[in-house]
Design a protein around this ligand. Structure first.
Ligand SMILES: [Zn+2]
Length: 80
């Protein structure tokens, strides 16, 4: 199966995401939405980070654009 880049972290190309750095909640970006693959517990408000580099992901913007967008990428784009 071919993997596409838009489901990967824009910074480090990882396709694993967690709700907090160093936690075991594992998420994948599937068909425009973050799906919890494995979770230790649920939280009302969740934040999503790349499992590898720790960049915070903007879940709303990612869902709107159907690709993984980190807050770092977003700021970089907004400065143009
Ligand atoms: Zn990353």
């Amino acid at each position: 199966m071919q993997t596409t880049n838009h489901v990967r972290c824009p910074s480090c190309n990882s396709e694993d995401f967690v709700t907090k750095p160093n936690r075991y909640d594992l998420l994948e970006f599937v068909a425009g939405n973050f799906e919890v693959v494995k979770s230790e517990f649920t939280e009302e408000e969740r934040r999503i980070f790349c499992r590898e580099c720790g960049d915070e992901i903007n879940e709303k913007t990612s869902a709107e654009n159907k690709r993984v967008i980190s807050k770092v990428t977003e700021q970089r784009c907004a400065k143009k």
